[in-house]
Design a protein around this ligand. Sequence first.
Ligand SMILES: NC(=O)c1ccc[n+]([C@@H]2O[C@H](COP(=O)([O-])OP(=O)(O)OC[C@H]3O[C@@H](n4cnc5c(N)ncnc54)[C@H](OP(=O)(O)O)[C@@H]3O)[C@@H](O)[C@H]2O)c1
Length: 330
Amino acid sequence: MYSPNEHRYDVMKYNRCGKSGLKLPAISLGFWHNFGGVDLLENSRAVARHALDLGITHFDLANNYGPPPGSAEETMGYILKNDLHGYRDELIISSKAGYGMWPGPYGDWGSRKFLVASLDQSLKRMGLDYVDIFYHHRPDPETPLEETMGALQDIVRSGKALYAGISNYPPDLTRKAEEIMRSAGMHILIHQPKYSMFERWIEDGLLKELRDDGIGCIVFSPLAQGLLTDKYLEGIPADSRAGRPTGFLRPEHVTEEKVAKVRKLNEMAKARGQKLAQMALAWAMRHREVTSAVIGASRVSQIDDAVNAISSQPFATDELRKIDSILAGK
Ligand SMILES: NC(=O)c1ccc[n+]([C@@H]2O[C@H](COP(=O)([O-])OP(=O)(O)OC[C@H]3O[C@@H](n4cnc5c(N)ncnc54)[C@H](OP(=O)(O)O)[C@@H]3O)[C@@H](O)[C@H]2O)c1
């Protein structure tokens, strides 16, 4: 029977989430890939247990993670029941709704109907009474924001989620969403945007917005799904995300142009005495607004790599400039 490492809180750093009472680990573990029905359950269990052993207390899910959709939450349910039973109060478990989940007009986007029903399904799959954070997964251009935020408020009031979050919202919509929440005496705890050396949109206004509003920030795909590691330097391994048929990263995304940049970044990481994965994570976490980076991991060793990034030496100004110039293709 598994029991977590008693030293699990010795190494991890816990950052306050915006202006809230909640702290999140600097590294969180996402269940988007590697925890679905197509994956080996024993490996998924080992990765999740190793994460907790190293102080990763936050597991990030969504209704549609798998494949098939929903199966990652079932895996989480299995792990909670069989391995983490008795540790619920040491964990932050999140889920989301906002992408297509079931057929018909009520299984997608941002209506109250969809959000409430989807969370009920997620709770059943995970065998939980509540999630810690429930997110609206992406903006809905057609549903009034008041309705979507109203659903999040009621979900929190019902006790089925402790905190509300938004994901993939641009800065202006983030401000409006927070205004609606405030008018109801509530608050958006956290925003989950994509951020890596290859995807820097949050630097153009979102980080400032989150700082001004006291909203936390958990950046997703900080390794650009594995591109920002040494994995693709010699081609596409069959057991990589781009090599497997079910991965969201497709072989055509692994372009020669990107790999050429990754090669230079890899040399730079070596000169800093670390792996590229660690340098890329340290880079994504360098903003004080960033509470946590949510990574994916297909094996236990990747959790070790990520956690080692926490003790990275800070970037000197000329190193940051060099990264910018590599990314600009110079
Ligand atoms: N809110 C949203 O819209 C949204 C969207 C996407 C993701 N997310 C969240 O973000 C989480 C992380 O996304 P992600 O999986 O794309 O993150 P990522 O950390 O950028 O990529 C993870 C993948 O990179 C590879 N990798 C990780 N560490 C490595 C290492 N040390 N050396 C070599 N390769 C390594 C592994 O792929 P291999 O299989 O190739 O080993 C791993 O599965 C998701 O699970 C989900 O919770 C949220």
